[in-house]
Design a protein around this ligand. Structure first.
Ligand code: GMT
Length: 375
């Protein structure tokens, strides 16, 4: 198939899923065309089946707000017409699904019908979508898509609850490339970070409010009273400086390293013993899956789709949002006993394997075929 992919080209979950999906489809012989405003962060390889079409928006002084959606729609018309695409797969409702709708309408004037599949990733529904400003556009673009997928049952149910949706929504969960995300021999790195054999706790995110990064610091401050440990905070974003200040206020800054944005996340996860994700909302929790694939158990909140990934008492623990005490208690429980920790590590990996790219990719391929045949 010739598949167009539209996504945010950033390190964020939806961009990562879209890029890894495109790379996987290209490996299986499909021709994949990315249409975005920047080269996607993980589109770092050359393949005869991968193409990248940049969307550039004019900076004409009249435009206080450069019209990205229109530029994207125009580019999509071009790419679909001249590359003869079979299907467009847009990740994130705003503005990608609405731009795709506009492109589809324009293409009809050329006698072309391009099927559009929209994947909902979470923040487009839970945060952005519920803002009344966007609600009509999100509802319309979901209903006008030829196929709609959501990354968890929970997100699917939320979408039906908050929007008037007439379309079927198919759940296709996030996936993991186990060739990249697996335990790497990084003992020298572990020694440098934890020279006295301390446990290594890790958090990776974009440090937005929804991630409750201050909870991570508070949980760590509690557990380090009982368990000698180090905390690695990976990523960057608006909450980082508050977290740095909080770690000083709680007197645990000597045991915490803020590493900023990192490409080789799998190497950091490979030296880690426990992953913390106390998010306010999380449609799936790709970062937790990445940790589990590197044999790291996870303590997460029970928000959103996290219970569909993290099995309570098996791959880690689930606690209510904001239950810092409960999360710290479970973190200590997992970390205090070597044998128990190893059992949790094995379970985490076994669960991650269920989300292997090789299992999930055919679900998308079959869905494209189903949607194309229906149109
Ligand atoms: O987590 C983020 O803030 C990034 C966000 C995004 O929109 O790119 O990630 C969302 O999509 C990921 C891929 O489907 C999911 O694994 C994340 O759980 C989801 N984030 C939230 O729901 C907060």
């Amino acid at each position: 198939m010739k598949i167009g992919i539209v996504c945010y080209p950033t390190f964020g979950g939806s961009g990562v899923v879209a890029t890894e999906l495109g790379k996987g489809l290209a490996d299986r012989g499909h021709q994949v065309h990315f249409v975005t405003y920047n080269q996607p962060a993980r589109l770092d390889l050359f393949s005869e089946n991968l193409f990248y079409h940049e969307v550039s928006v004019s900076n004409y002084p009249l435009f206080d707000f450069p019209p990205y959606e229109l530029a994207l729609a125009s580019r999509l018309v071009d790419v679909v017409r001249f590359e003869k695409l079979d299907v467009l797969h847009v990740h994130y409702a705003i503005p990608h699904a609405s731009a795709a709708f506009m492109a589809k309408q324009i293409l009809m004037t050329y006698g072309i019908y391009i099927p559009v599949v929209t994947t909902l990733h979470g923040t487009d529904i839970t945060l952005v979508g519920k803002d009344r400003t966007f609600k009509p556009v999100v509802t319309f673009s979901i209903n006008k898509s030829d196929g709609v997928t959501a990354v968890s049952e929970h997100l699917r149910n939320d979408t039906y609850e908050f929007f008037e949706i007439e379309n079927d929504i198919k759940v296709i969960p996030n996936f993991i490339d186990l060739k990249r995300f697996s335990l790497k021999p990084k003992d020298h790195f572990k020694k440098a970070i934890a020279p006295f054999g301390e446990r290594i706790v890790v958090h990776t995110s974009n440090f937005r409010k929804v991630k409750r990064t201050e909870d991570v610091i508070r949980i760590f401050a509690k557990l380090v009273k009982t368990i000698p440990a180090k905390l690695l905070m990976v990523g960057d974003g608006p909450e980082r400086s508050q977290c740095e200040q909080l770690s000083r206020d709680l007197g645990v800054n000597e045991n915490i390293r803020f590493l900023g944005k990192q490409d080789a996340i799998e190497e950091i996860l490979s030296v880690s013993d426990l992953f913390l994700m106390p998010s306010e909302s999380e449609s799936f929790g790709l970062a937790a899956l990445e940790a589990m694939a590197c044999k790291v158990p996870v303590i997460t909140s029970n928000a959103g789709g996290l219970p569909e990934l993290n099995i309570d008492g098996v791959t880690g623990f689930l606690k209510d949002v904001g239950d810092i005490e409960g999360m710290a208690e479970k973190a200590i429980y997992v970390l205090e006993d070597e044998e128990r920790l190893n059992a949790f590590k094995e379970n985490a990996l076994a669960r991650a394997k269920e989300f292997d790219l090789a299992n999930i990719l055919p679900l998308y391929e079959n869905y494209y075929v189903e949607v194309i045949e229906k149109c």
